[in-house]
Design a protein around this ligand. Structure first.
Ligand SMILES: NC(=O)c1ccc[n+]([C@@H]2O[C@H](COP(=O)([O-])OP(=O)(O)OC[C@H]3O[C@@H](n4cnc5c(N)ncnc54)[C@H](OP(=O)(O)O)[C@@H]3O)[C@@H](O)[C@H]2O)c1
Length: 247
């Protein structure tokens, strides 16, 4: 294998939910390897622009994946891309019988419905060019049972099923479709836990590697899946959790 199998020069990539956390680091990694990357978030133009300003070779695009209009805006702004990383998600922690109808819809729409419709929009261009990479970001909650993440786990398990069901259809066209499943990663989402020594220790004692993961623990695997080096990997689900799911 040669180093240039990871070179993404000339490729375009969209990473959803890349204004912070894991998505930001994936966007940074893909851009560092030569891709032109679209940095996406929903909350504000300013936050998207600030994140993109930290990544040379990136372009901000504010678009809310919860709305049809947001999906339209995203596709109209980026046009067809070579690499689609479906990273954005919304998570509510509640007992299984405490979700409101709105919370149900928001989680399902952001984490699952938008993934399906974005793949529907971007896959035809990839097929036409005979090259494409689609990576979904799942979670160990695809498998684990968690008392407060019942619906979140459903969205991630369903998104993985989508990957498995789609990968075979796109493989003859040079398009791979894979999922990565992170464990507990130190991102803004988990900041109340990671900032509290007792809460942090309680999570870390469940992880054989003994620590929270970092976004940088996830991005190299996504780079592999998006590169020439990953061209024969499709329909895969790669768990990156420091051994958390072994316990
Ligand atoms: N952190 C973990 O321990 C962990 C573990 C397993 C799996 N994961 C998965 O890894 C991915 C990233 O997690 P993270 O911890 O980095 O998340 P995070 O810190 O909560 O960041 C979420 C990102 O998604 C964007 N986003 C939220 N709603 C959106 C919407 N409606 N439309 C477009 N973008 C939206 C946010 O952008 P704005 O704020 O700019 O709107 C932000 O950039 C998620 O799929 C998550 O489920 C995380």
């Amino acid at each position: 294998m040669t180093e240039n199998m990871f070179d993404l020069t000339g490729k375009t990539a969209l990473v959803t939910g890349s204004t912070q956390g894991i998505g930001f680091e994936i966007a940074r990694e893909l851009a560092a390897h030569g891709a032109t990357v679209f940095v996406n978030g929903a909350s504000s133009e300013e936050k998207c622009a600030a994140a993109a300003a930290k990544i040379p070779g990136s372009v901000p695009v504010r678009a809310d994946l919860l709305t049809e209009e947001g999906l339209d805006t995203l596709y109209k702004t980026t046009g067809d891309v070579d690499i689609l990383v479906l990273n954005a998600s919304i998570q509510y922690k509640r007992a299984w019988d405490e979700f409101t109808p709105e919370e149900y819809d928001i989680q399902l729409n952001c984490n699952l419905k938008s993934s399906y419709w974005l793949i529907r929009r971007y896959a035809p261009g990839m097929k036409a060019r005979g090259w494409g990479r689609i990576v979904t970001v799942g979670s160990v909650n695809q498998y684990n049972q968690h008392p407060e993440l019942s619906l979140y786990g459903v969205t991630k398990a369903a998104q993985l099923k989508l990957v498995k069901n789609i990968a075979g259809a796109l493989a003859p066209h040079g398009v791979t479709v894979n999922n990565v499943a992170p464990g507990a990663i130190a991102t803004p989402r988990n900041q109340t836990i990671t900032d509290d020594p007792a809460l942090r220790a309680a999570v870390e004692q469940k992880i054989p590697a003994g620590r929270f993961g970092k976004p940088e623990d996830i991005s190299p695997t996504v780079l592999l899946l998006c590169s020439e080096a990953g061209s024969y990997i499709t329909g895969a689900d790669i768990v990156i959790d420091g051994g958390m799911s072994l316990r």
